[in-house]
Each structure stands twice: as structure tokens, then as C-alpha cells.
Design a protein around this ligand. Structure first.
Ligand code: SAH
Length: 221
């Protein structure tokens, strides 16, 4: 007899209620998007039963799929309304790419590890996500070819405010990025309003390091 698939929709609804809504995520579009994206499709098969755990999970190459709350916090901080072109740095599994694709017009997502970027691209295609493009490249310098961007999301911690990324922000654009400090990674939002750059700290989180020309040095080099 075939085993029944676990009821992922119920797990997902519980995750949205307990991990997101009760912890202060209030943007209804973000909550709806996270109710729709099948997170179990973005984790290794043997970890599917833990797809809705309240934490990050390994996806290979020493990288992780971000904790659901972290993805929601970044998306909420971006204040997306649906018409934006978004640059994402750190595709990883492609989970956050799929969430942002539901919240914006278009996502351009950069991943430095080809194996992860290629797998994410395939997964997004299989799920029918047709407004996201995954590019294998060092995203620490941004992606000038398509700049400026209405919003930029960075999923790996930078050693300091990322100047190239800030320079690729459109007027009124928002950049959300974790900045590493001695004690924690501080999720930070930069906005460009009337030509003035403002900076606001959202809170502490843990991220893998951004590795690249304007990130940390590659430990394998
Ligand atoms: N948002 C992802 C989380 C990925 S973890 C998800 O939901 O699954 C962060 C990712 O950033 C890792 O896959 C890592 O390889 C990638 N990364 C680190 N430095 C990078 C850089 N300079 N450019 C692009 N990707 C980078």
C-alpha cells in the first residue's frame, strides 16, 4: 500500500501562523506568498519531513535554506507592492526567489555556487515560476547589466555596507542586507528617498557569509 504524503499544506499553514504571524510578520502579501510556496520542494528529499521546522536546513556545499522567519522578515522589509524588479543575492535553494517572485514583477537572482544555482533554476522551472532568472555569478558587486533595481535582497552577511549594491538602487529603492558585526549579523534596510540614503536596523539574525570581491574572502582559496 502506498504511504500517504505528509500533509504539507497543513504544515505550511501552521508555520505561517506560529512562526510568522505570531512573531510580528504583518504584511498580508508576504504571509499569503509563504502560504503558497511549497518549501518541501526546496530541501533535500531526506529532509522533507523537516521542511517546515523553525530553522535553516542544510542544502549542500555548506549552505542553507534560510529559516522561514528570516525570509519573511527580508520580504516584509522590502515593502514590495507587485510592480518591482528585484535583485536577489544568494539564490541558495531558490526558496526565497520563489517567494519574492510572487511579491514582485520580476526577480534576478545571483548565486556564486554553480551547482546550487543550476539546481535552483531547474526547481523554479518545474514549479512554473516564470518571472525569476537565476544567474551564476559573484553578486557582491551587484549586477550592473540590469540596474537600477527597485529592491535588492541579500541573503548572506556582508562585512560592511555594500557600496556597489547601494549604487544600483533606483530612486525610492530599498536594499535589505545582513551586515556582520563582532557579535551578530544585523539585518539592515537602506532606502534612497529624494536622493538621500537612509539606514535602519531591523534586528539580529544569523547568515552564511557573502563571499566575493566586495564580501569576505573565499575560505577555500
Ligand atoms: N535565500 C536562500 C538562502 C541561501 S544561503 C534560500 O532561501 O535557500 C546564502 C547563499 O548565498 C548561499 O547559497 C551562498 O552560496 C550564496 N552566496 C554567498 N556569497 C555570494 C555571492 N558573492 N554572490 C552570490 N551568492 C552568494
Amino acid at each position: 500500500m502506498a504511504h500517504a504524503e505528509p500533509d504539507f499544506a497543513a504544515d505550511r499553514a501552521r508555520m505561517v501562523e506560529r512562526q510568522l504571524r505570531r512573531r510580528g510578520v504583518s504584511d498580508e502579501r508576504v504571509l499569503r506568498a509563504m502560504t503558497e510556496v511549497p518549501r518541501e520542494r526546496f530541501v533535500p528529499t531526506k529532509l522533507r519531513g523537516r521542511a517546515y521546522d523553525d530553522g535553516a536546513l542544510p542544502i549542500g556545499r555548506e549552505q542553507t535554506i534560510s529559516q522561514p522567519w528570516v525570509v519573511a522578515a527580508i520580504c516584509q522589509a522590502l515593502r514590495l507592492e507587485g510592480r518591482e524588479t528585484v535583485l536577489e543575492i544568494g539564490t541558495g535553494s531558490g526558496y526565497s526567489t520563489a517567494v519574492i517572485a510572487l511579491l514582485a514583477a520580476e526577480v534576478i537572482s545571483l548565486e556564486r555556487i554553480a551547482e546550487l544555482g543550476d539546481a535552483a533554476r531547474e526547481r523554479l522551472e518545474q514549479l512554473g515560476v516564470d518571472n525569476a532568472e537565476v544567474i551564476v555569478a559573484d553578486g557582491s558587486k551587484g549586477h550592473p547589466a540590469r540596474a537600477p533595481y527597485d529592491a535588492i535582497a541579500v541573503h548572506a552577511a556582508t562585512p560592511e555596507a555594500p557600496h556597489s549594491l547601494i549604487s544600483e538602487l533606483a530612486p525610492n529603492g530599498r536594499l535589505v542586507v545582513p551586515i556582520a558585526t563582532a557579535t551578530a549579523d544585523l539585518l539592515t534596510a537602506f532606502s534612497r528617498v529624494d536622493g538621500e540614503l537612509t539606514q535602519e536596523t531591523i534586528g539580529p539574525c544569523r547568515f552564511v557569509p557573502l563571499i566575493g570581491a566586495e564580501g569576505f574572502a573565499d575560505p577555500s582559496q
